[in-house]
Ligand binder design. Structure first.
Ligand code: CTP
Length: 408
């Protein structure tokens, strides 16, 4: 992922049962092309062996300054790492390390490292609920927040020690998500971003509907990336099985008419509107109250056109930035450019569907941007969150340009 690619991340691991989740966090960081150096406290080695972290990170683990690595002591090594670090995460962070950092104590490799790191520092407390609620611990966490540390609150639930309440380490995906938030530029700060995602469902009777195979992944990726870049994001989503992106207002809808209502309710405040939803063009004229029984061999369904939400947004656009999508099976350029003009858009993201790695349901997409000034930009196949980042890069550039209507 762009803002973590090739970045130097320090991963501190303390002695808590949640240390097993750090293995997955490390794997995710490496999968996203980060360089990771692991620092373990002595106690953490009772939970997970250092070999696991060394194998996954491709780096020796540091737990003691005085061990030699080649001809240099670890002490020198870890000061080097502190200087070149882009971020430090401690997950799980025990009450002990939190107390030490809050009070500037440096009596082992990890606590000493923390004092030397100047880049963003993320602390993920994980412990027994009563320990977490303890006043001294809370006081230390407050002090860390005031000192500029970013504390990821633990989740509530059943803990390994048998108690129930706050103290559980969040899932590694969430920790990675919040790290990305820290590392992303805040170039959408102050902007309201309205995104639509997923399919719509048009009910024929209580148990059947017309829809399409859109998974919603593209729109959810855009909403997630826009939030990380500082935007205030509202996501209007048709039925999907995806988890709500962090810190995004999600409005769940079913039909195209519901989607239109939600979009028009939120469009006034929006500076940027990105319509990634695959809206059903038609709905049944009559939706039956009861399940339709099969009778004749043939059945005729009468449909009526849904409102084109994007076209209406184009009419009411004023100085908003408007982006649409065009998923086509043929004549991509002709169809996309026609929609760009007809719907009064600033950009349209076109892709050819029918290929397994591009379009509905897949994690990747191969898209072409068609701009209002007649230029095009074809991107190679990439993950949908990468497409989202590049799309937002282009939107930010266009909105900052002197020719953008919103700047006049
Ligand atoms: N769209 C919309 N409301 C509709 C239909 C489409 O807002 N009722 C939006 C989609 O969210 C997308 C863009 O318009 O951003 C293009 O959608 P698409 O289904 O590709 O195009 P249509 O305009 O419906 O044309 P056609 O189905 O004939 O290709």
């Amino acid at each position: 992922m762009k803002f973590i690619d090739n970045k130097n991340i320090l991963l501190g691991i303390c002695g808590g049962i949640a240390a097993y989740k750090s293995v997955e966090l490390l794997r995710l960081l490496k999968k996203n092309s980060a360089n990771v150096k692991v620092f373990m406290t002595e106690n953490s080695e009772a939970f997970v062996g250092r070999l696991t972290f060394e194998a996954l990170s491709g780096q020796p683990v540091c737990s003691n300054f005085f061990e030699k690595v080649g001809s240099r002591s670890e002490y020198i090594e870890h000061i080097d790492w502190a200087e070149k670090a882009d971020a430090l995460i401690i997950a799980p962070a025990t009450a002990n390390i939190i107390g030490k950092i809050a009070n500037g104590i440096a009596d082992d490799a990890l606590s000493t490292l923390v004092l030397a790191v100047t880049s963003p520092k993320i602390i993920c407390p994980s412990m027994n609920t009563n320990m977490y609620r303890n006043k001294a611990l809370q006081r230390n966490l407050d002090r860390l927040r005031k000192d500029g540390f970013f504390v990821i609150e633990p989740e509530s639930g059943e803990l390994a020690c048998g108690t129930s309440g706050p103290g559980r380490l969040p899932e590694p995906e969430y920790i990675l998500n919040r790290l990305l938030f820290r590392l992303s530029p805040k170039d959408l700060k102050g902007k309201n971003v309205l995104v639509t995602a997923g399919p719509t469902q048009e009910y024929i009777d209580p148990v059947r509907f017309l829809s399409n195979p859109s998974s919603g992944k593209m729109g959810y990726s855009i909403a997630g990336v826009a939030e990380k870049r500082g935007g205030r994001v509202v996501l209007v989503a048709g039925p999907t099985s995806l988890q709500d992106p962090s810190n995004v207002t999600v409005i769940r809808v079913r039909s195209a008419q519901d989607m239109a209502l939600a979009v028009f309710e939120h469009m006034e405040q929006a500076d940027i509107i990105i319509k990634a939803a695959a809206v059903s063009d038609y709905r049944p004229i009559d939706s039956c109250k009861h399940k339709i029984k099969k009778k004749k061999d043939e059945m005729i369904l009468s449909l009526q056109k849904n409102q084109d939400i994007l076209e209406e947004l184009g009419r009411r656009k004023e100085n908003r930035f408007l982006a649409g999508f065009a998923a086509e099976t043929e004549n991509l350029e002709k169809n996309a450019v026609d929609k760009l003009d007809r719907k009064n858009l600033d950009i349209i993201v076109g892709n050819l569907i029918g290929h397994p790695s591009s379009g509905f349901g897949s994690d990747t997409n191969k898209v072409t941007f068609f701009y209002k000034d007649g230029t095009t930009e074809a991107l190679p196949e990439m993950r949908k969150d990468e497409v989202a980042d590049i799309l937002l890069d282009r939107i930010v550039t266009m909105m900052n340009s002197s020719t953008f209507l919103g700047n006049k």
